[in-house]
Design a protein around this ligand. Structure first.
Ligand code: BJW
Ligand code: ZN
Length: 247
């Protein structure tokens, strides 16, 4: 049987042994890993989507038509990101990599907390929030505090077009899939942490690993569409479950 839930100490031991035996382990993270750092996720009770309907604020189409609307959401996001620090789950992944037990972290998060925790190979498939990009001429520049000052939308110095945070919106291509592809191809153990696995193409990555015969270990506070497919599902705040798992 594929699905094994680690309810018992034995279950935890077996999961740990399987992860230790992996030759090409990876982690895939989502907003849930940063919740214990004080950054709300998207689809939860205090999530960003409770205040900002994604179709109204978070699509490329909306940005092109009404950039000030997308900037309303960015400002709210910028506020919650300020001063946030990594938590034990981020640090557990950094430690795994340092010890040679993790190849890379593929993250949907834009908050930079994996790097702050010490992770070195971090693939940010949904971008990052520290830079602004010009969709017209391609110019990229660092985000400045005054960019958040309402109500203006910052404009490109070179061509005058509205600048957009380097965060991937719906309808935009996700980043670095050329790097993700080969990593996933050879991955035999994937830690999936704090993601609802509802946003594509990332939601397909665990299924790809399962299809290749790899193991999937899910860490989440609740059941997701992935839970029934995962080999192991650790229920609870990942700031507790993940450090315990890697200990
Ligand atoms: C905890 C916890 C704790 C809480 N411990 N766990 C129809 C069908 C299929 C696909 C599509 C479709 N129509 C359109 C698409 C494609 C679309 C898509 O997937 N849409 C779906 C909604 C259906 N995808 C795209 O458009 C992507 N691009 C793309 O596909 O390119 C090709 C293309 C090009 C041109 C045209 C069409 C396609 C881009 C996706 C971009 C996502 N961007 C966002 C950010 C928006 C801006 C902003 O930041 O403000 O990225 S959306 C948002 O969701 C953010 C996240 O990275 C992403 C994923 O969310 P995540 O991380 O999973 O968070 P939550 O909140 O969903 O889940 C948190 C989880 O943590 C929960 O499970 C909790 O239980 C758990 N948790 N506390 C452990 N302490
Ligand atoms: Zn420009």
């Amino acid at each position: 049987m594929r699905v094994k839930k680690p309810h018992s100490a034995d279950g935890w031991q077996q999961a740990r042994a399987e992860f230790r035996a992996a030759r090409r382990p990876l982690a895939l993270t989502g907003a849930g890993i940063s919740v214990e750092s004080g950054i709300p996720d998207f689809r939860g009770d205090h999530g960003l989507w409770r205040r900002f309907e994604p179709e109204q604020y978070a699509t490329l189409e909306v940005f092109r038509r009404e950039p000030h609307k997308a900037w309303e959401m960015y400002r709210a996001l910028g506020e919650v990101l300020q001063g946030k620090q990594p938590n034990p789950a981020h640090r557990a992944l950094a430690r795994l990599e340092r010890e040679g037990r993790l190849q890379a972290v593929i993250t949907q998060n834009i908050d930079g907390l994996h790097q702050l925790a010490g992770s070195r190979r971090v693939v940010e498939v949904h971008g990052e929030y520290r830079h602004l990009q010009c969709l017209r001429c391609g110019r990229m520049r660092p985000l400045r505090e005054e960019d958040y000052a309402p109500p203006a939308v910052p404009a490109c110095h070179d061509c005058g077009a509205p600048l957009k945070p380097n965060v991937v919106l719906f309808g935009e291509w996700v980043r670095h899939m050329d790097e993700v592809g080969p990593l996933l191809e050879s991955c035999d153990a994937l830690l999936v942490i704090g993601t609802s696995a509802e946003v594509y193409p990332v939601a397909d990555l665990p299924r790809q690993v399962i299809g290749n015969g790899g193991r999937v270990f899910e860490f989440n506070v609740e059941e997701t569409t992935l839970t029934s497919l995962a080999d192991y599902s650790f229920r609870g705040p990942c700031g507790r479950t993940l450090p315990r798992f890697v200990a």
